[in-house]
Design a protein around this ligand. Structure first.
Ligand SMILES: Nc1ncnc2c1ncn2[C@@H]1O[C@H](COP(=O)(O)OP(=O)(O)OP(=O)(O)O)[C@@H](O)[C@H]1O
Length: 225
């Protein structure tokens, strides 16, 4: 069963041109996908539509056969719990330590105490930060901060991990390490969607190429800048 399906999706922000034009594709559970394209191509918009942060102007976005536009507002938090989000600028809380940063999504969902502690340590372990529970984020390297953001994104056990330029300002070694962590999640059945304009070794992952809001077929040539 497909997990995410876009059918002729267009998005126009108020007072702006069309950020996405007639985009259609399907992603299966457990797939790893790169969304590639120039700055302004519509990559972030595509991720926001998947996560229910933005709504399409026309067309349909189906998540597990549910039309996101038709969901009651009260149902959106349940949808969002399926998604773990990682952004380039981390959005970490710099006045809280690593453990507390990862704890936040659990506390919001009412998971506390020893159950929370177990899950937080498991998430930190998966990204190689188990020894840094009490460290403040500012004392971590750029790559470690990004790993902390990934731990926070996966602590609620999302079925889809969405990352927007996750390696954007990291050097090559860190970037390779981060991609390895995403691949490990894919191997345990998590769908992984990564938007980037950096060239990565995409391995056997699928590639969606955007050019000025339109999806190109892979054979139409590379647009990576
Ligand atoms: N909230 C907004 N209001 C108005 N226009 C927007 C908004 N968000 C994005 N846009 C416009 O939509 C287009 C696509 O933007 P988007 O952020 O999706 O591109 P992107 O491929 O992620 O770019 P980048 O790699 O620079 O982040 C751009 O022209 C952008 O200016």
């Amino acid at each position: 069963m497909e997990m995410i399906r876009f059918d002729q999706v267009s998005k126009r922000y108020p007072g702006s041109h069309e950020a996405l034009k007639g985009v259609s594709f399907e992603l299966q559970q457990g797939e790893m996908v790169f969304v590639l394209g120039h700055s302004g191509a519509g990559k972030s918009t595509l991720l926001k539509l998947i996560a229910g942060i933005e709504r399409p102007t026309s067309g349909t976005v189906l998540i597990n056969n549910q039309n996101v536009s038709k969901l009651r507002p009260a149902a959106l938090p349940y949808l969002r719990r399926k998604f773990g989000l990682v952004f380039q600028d981390h959005k970490l809380l710099y006045d809280r330590n690593c453990f507390e940063n990862v704890a936040l999504p659990l506390y919001i969902n009412g998971v506390t105490g020893s159950e929370a502690g177990k899950r937080i340590r498991a998430a930190l372990d998966k990204v190689g930060l188990l020894g840094k529970e009490k460290a403040m984020p500012i004392t971590l390297s750029g790559g470690e901060q990004q790993r902390l953001a990934i731990a926070r994104a996966v602590v609620s056990r999302p079925s889809v991990l969405i990352a927007d330029e996750p390696t954007g300002n990291l050097d090559e070694n860190y970037a390779t390490e981060i991609m390895g962590i995403f691949d490990a999640f894919r191997q345990v059945g998590v769908s992984v969607i990564i938007a980037t304009h950096n060239l990565h070794d995409t391995g056997d992952a699928r590639v969606l190429r955007l050019n000025q809001g339109q999806l190109l077929n892979a054979e139409e040539g590379t647009l990576i800048s």
